[in-house]
Design a protein around this ligand. Structure first.
Ligand SMILES: O=C(O)CCC(=O)C(=O)O
Ligand SMILES: [Fe+2]
Length: 269
């Protein structure tokens, strides 16, 4: 059995204990990274960007499709923003926080925050209502796309900044600790990518408070469980920012839409 659930506090440098925990389990949970006021400021900033994107019918950002859906009242919302950091100062500033920079120590030389690479800063907004289609996400690892893209798996971590306080009934992130140490075959075939949703006997529920920060290794298996609560109480917002090493590959306005991103539009429902 696993030990009691452990959260840490993130400072301007990582402690040896924090590094060792991450190395062993492939994830780490820091509580109280942002204050309630900072969380609110971020939510408001995302709503301002959302209004602009809806008004000007933005379909893609740097080649990455924007996912739209319906809120509880039927109004259109953005459910997956990409490169959000490029569209509001509140979020570009967040990436410069010394504590964010401290996380680079988790992957070693050449590490950087992927502000302009991959999908940049992503914000997922889930809500479970009568017209919702984006309520869960099947089992996957975030690193697989790299294998498809270049054959080579570059080190990659995903930093989650949680903007909603959850209870277990809210669903949310489920991970299988330790799977970052699996071989390539297990990374490819342990589960059915994105279509498998069954709970795993070894899965761990990440139950954050708004303002918490988590990091998971790009090789770790995880999914998003559907909320069993319906309505306003089911609302869940979470930001992801990649930390990467390897070749610098910035995206720009004319970057192509990748096959997996087209598939995601079909599968991620
Ligand atoms: O919403 C989450 O917590 C996880 C989302 C996720 O795994 C992803 O976007 O790759
Ligand atoms: Fe993921």
């Amino acid at each position: 059995m696993s030990a009691a659930y452990h959260t840490f506090t993130l400072g301007n440098t990582l402690t040896d204990e924090q590094k060792a925990f991450f190395e062993e389990h492939g994830y780490i949970h820091f509580s109280g990274f942002l204050s309630p006021e900072e969380v609110q400021e971020i939510v408001t900033a995302s709503e301002e960007v959302q209004e602009k994107w809806i008004a000007s019918k933005v379909e893609k950002v740097n080649g990455v499709p924007v996912k739209y859906g319906k809120d509880l009242d039927g109004r259109p919302i953005v459910q997956r923003f990409a490169f959000l950091n490029q569209h509001t100062k509140v979020l570009s500033d967040l990436l410069r926080d010394d504590r964010m920079q401290a996380l680079l120590q988790l992957i070693g030389p050449g590490a950087r925050i992927g502000a302009n690479e991959k999908d940049g800063m992503v914000l997922n907004h889930y809500v479970n209502g009568p017209e919702s289609t984006f309520t869960k996400m099947g089992w996957h690892t975030d690193g697989l796309r790299d294998i498809f893209l270049g054959g080579k798996l570059n080190p990659m971590l995903n930093v989650g900044i949680h903007l909603s306080t959850l209870r277990p009934e809210n669903g949310g992130l489920r991970i299988i600790p330790g799977t970052h140490k699996q071989g390539i075959l297990s990374m490819l075939f342990r589960k059915k990518y994105f279509v498998g949703h069954k709970p795993d006997k070894n899965e761990l529920a990440i139950i954050p408070k708004a303002g918490d920060l988590t990091v998971h290794d790009g090789r770790l298996w995880h999914r998003v469980a559907k909320s069993s609560i319906i309505g306003e109480e089911s609302r869940r917002r979470v930001i992801y920012v990649p930390i990467i090493a390897g070749k610098y590959e910035p995206k720009h306005e004319n970057s192509p839409t990748l096959l997996y991103q087209r598939l995601a539009g079909v599968i991620l429902k």
